[in-house]
Ligand binder design. Structure first.
Ligand code: NAD
Ligand code: UD1
Length: 329
């Protein structure tokens, strides 16, 4: 298939481009490079031996998106493009609503106009709110406490409503848990700007000596050791989940959790990182971070049964690959 990947030079997008090319699909990337680098296109080529087409386009701009659809025969779209930092979304909510919701409307609109009926959307486990674990796709979504999460809930709703009136449409709403790690080559990985908000990039920057120690947000949660529990998934496993969704998706709207189903605490992840890489990560336990929940992990049965997909890589693999990328970049 000829697949349009919006946000394809970003963290998850670039790994998914590698997986798409490996599965013999042709890739067209549309990205405005607001949070990624053009050299990623070369790196994808170095890994796969095949060059993706690249367009520097803002996908909130309907004219540019239409022009792209009119000049290529596109079979499916994976829509990654978006802003993703929760704390930033509370400071500049309008930019988040505009970028994330309008891009979904514009890209979905172009699909309808040009008869493209496969749409895969990057949603997030954050839409579950503070629900009972494990999170199951059928759960009622509890209130989300930040504009970023709202943009995911809104985009899911918009795509669901469109699919109801367009019976040929196949839409996958993929709720990612916590992607970490990097491609085994060490050529592509996560490139956060400034001080990272997320745990793994923070750990790798402490390991590199860019940051002095990890601050563990909260040691009094009702978890195995008092620190927050998350479902970390290797980004290449997550990437493969997109291929399964594209290739196996029946008509209609389908929600899938993409996680491992295993919860890991902050301190367990630190220990795994130390073991995998033979390093010490200094840390201190500080106050809880506002908006954090104690536990988040997936019920992964649906993706296993309906997509035939399952995450395969271990926490140690994730730690090794994340560090390989950080130290070589
Ligand atoms: P990323 O920032 O690395 O990638 C997003 C890409 O989209 C970047 O390359 C950026 O330049 C591009 N972009 C942003 N706005 C654009 C626009 N208007 N037009 C064109 N390009 C635009 O983020 P990521 O971690 O790869 O996340 C990809 C998607 O997955 C996002 O929608 C994010 O919300 C979602 N998601 C990410 C996580 C995570 O932990 N990384 C978890 C759940 C969901
Ligand atoms: C955050 C977002 C979530 C998003 C996900 C992936 C919040 C509230 N949630 O989730 O919506 O889908 O990122 O982008 O921001 N931690 C530390 N010290 C740090 C960083 C994190 O102790 O410096 C802890 C957190 O408290 C949490 C765990 O590590 O328990 C994971 O944090 P993080 O990587 O930010 O992911 P989430 O909080 O799950």
């Amino acid at each position: 298939m000829n697949i349009l990947v919006t946000g394809g030079t970003g963290y998850i997008g670039s790994h998914t481009c590698v997986a798409l090319i490996a599965a013999n699909h042709d890739v067209i990337i549309a990205d405005n490079l607001s949070n990624s680098k053009i050299e990623t296109v070369d790196r994808i080529e170095r890994i796969t031996g095949k060059r993706a087409l690249f367009y520097k386009i803002d996908v909130t701009d309907a004219a540019s998106v239409r022009s792209l659809f009119s000049s290529h025969s596109i079979d499916g779209v994976i829509h990654f493009a978006g802003l993703k930092a929760i704390s930033e979304s509370t400071r500049i909510p309008l930019e988040y609503y505009f970028n994330n919701v309008v891009s979904t409307i514009v890209v979905a609109g172009a699909c309808l106009e040009y008869g493209v009926d496969r749409f895969v959307f990057s949603s997030s486990a954050t839409v579950y709110g503070d629900n009972e674990v494990p999170f199951v796709e059928t759960m009622e979504l509890l209130s989300v406490t930040n504009p970023y999460g709202e943009t995911k809930v809104m985009s899911e709703k918009i795509l669901t409503d469109i699919a109801v009136t367009n019976s040929a449409w196949s839409v996958a709403l993929l709720r990612y848990f916590n992607p970490i790690g990097a491609h085994e080559s060490g050529l592509i990985g996560e490139l956060p700007g400034g001080v990272p908000d997320n745990l793994m990039p923070y750990i790798t920057q402490v390991a590199k000596g860019k940051l002095d120690k990890l601050r563990v947000f909260g040691g009094d949660y009702p978890t195995v050791d008092g620190t927050g529990v998350r479902d970390y998934i290797h980004v290449m496993d997550l990437a493969k989940g997109h291929i399964a969704a594209l290739e196996k998706l029946p008509e209609g709207v389908h929600v899938f959790n993409l996680g491992t189903g295993q919860g890991t605490s902050v301190l367990e992840l630190v220990q795994a990182f130390e073991k995998a890489n033979n390093l010490k990560i200094p840390y201190e336990i500080v106050e809880r971070r506002p908006g954090d929940i104690a536990k988040s992990y997936a019920d992964t049965k649906k993706a296993g049964i309906e997509l035939g997909w399952k995450a395969e890589r271990s926490i140690l693999d994730m730690c090794r690959d994340a560090w390989r990328f950080e130290k070589s970049y």
